[in-house]
Design a binder for this molecule. Sequence first.
Ligand code: SAM
Ligand code: SF4
Length: 463
Amino acid sequence: MAIPSRENRMNRSKRFHIQTFGCQMNQHDAQKMANLLFHDGWAPADQVEAADLVVIHTCSIREKAEHKLYTELGWLLQRKQAEPELVVGVGGCVAQQEGEALLRRFPALDFVFGSQNLLHLPELAREAGARRRGLRVDYDDDPQARFELPELHPEFASTSPGRAFVTVMEGCDLFCAYCVVPRTRGREVSRGSDRILAEVGALAAGGVTEVTLLGQTVNAYGRSRPGMAQGEIGFADLLRRVAEVPGIRRIRFTSPHPSFVSGDLVEAYRDLPQLCPHLHLPVQSGSDRVLQAMNRRYDRASYVDIVARLRSARPGIALTTDLIVGFPTETDADFRETLELMREVRFTDSFSFKYSERPGTPAARRGLGELDPAEVQARLLQVQALQAELTLEAHRARVGGRTDVLVDGQSRRGASHFCGRDPHNRLVNFSAASDIAQGAYADVTIDGYTPHSLLGREVAPAR
Ligand code: SAM
Ligand code: SF4
């Protein structure tokens, strides 16, 4: 018998669909929005065409991400001409940044809500049903209010079987010269650790074994800041307490900032087996001059020192990073320093981006302009080619080893093949003698690799 789809199982008449762009914080916010709508009587529609309400959940980190909103919105508002009952809302970072201007520019758009106004989504959707347009982009007077959302229904709690995100802090006070986040997400606020631990406990009780702690500068957690719950703990202590929650086998976090990699955090890598041997630590550039112009607050030597301390605390730890090429004034010599740093650290993987000028950022205000686009594109390709070499080298070094894989499901490689992530956050495709459930762990020997994954076979059921 066919398993009924989620929308049919829920048997509700009103259906929503959320289209999310951007980072893991956005993905998790989309889960929170779905949960809020569900509590207000809505059911999720798997296909956008079946939805009565469509929310576009936007990202404005680079211009390209912002353009996706306008493409999607154009298409939806055209559909709305034929289906006037369709409700369309825009949330997330572009909504926060543009606010009322979006409503003015798109007269058929029903509502706009910012990144700290998720709680208002059900009410905005109801008002839109009564043909009243809405705008909520204000910041709450109580900074903790944004964390006071209803517990996630199991339907929305996991990103994939066995794994879940948990928000520990929000906002950013660092104002890197290129970055729009402090403007779209507001000031840095840490969530009370009692709430975090209660959420992790509930997730573990529901079968989650891997949690990813989220925050824009997640390892700044617990810094003394207005709005932070009193008498609170620092990030390394938080990790220690999460590791004590029964059932939690793996802890990850994103995005950390190099300035807050404390001695305590390095020790946590030494002491906590649950803390995965992988750190995504954005460096952005290998040139001290560019790092300073970016207002990154660390230099190349201190980044390399963090890497050495982490590798000594946890040998074999996989390090990945973010890189920006073509920041205004970046010279060829600056760029070569980035390539050298990549070779020195031997990143297992990286996300690399061309600098994109964002409205209201310090770099945009300085009016430094942009470099020759052809030169920037050539730099990006060089970074990507070098990274491909480094990734292959990291994969080659894993052959012959054993790893434990949290299974996401069947692999596209065929029957009896599965895929999942290992503790180093590498994608592993492997064969197994019998079926393995999503969310289970498999003990795998690695016997090969591709540019994007490790290949192996299950040696013994570790379930
Ligand atoms: N908080 C993290 C940190 O401090 O590194 C970064 C979070 S940001 C959402 C993700 C990545 O987007 C950054 O690490 C940076 O590489 C990239 N990014 C941010 N603003 C950018 C811009 N204006 N142009 C190009 N890339 C950008
Ligand atoms: Fe943006 Fe810098 Fe804050 Fe990261 S630390 S979110 S790059 S301003």
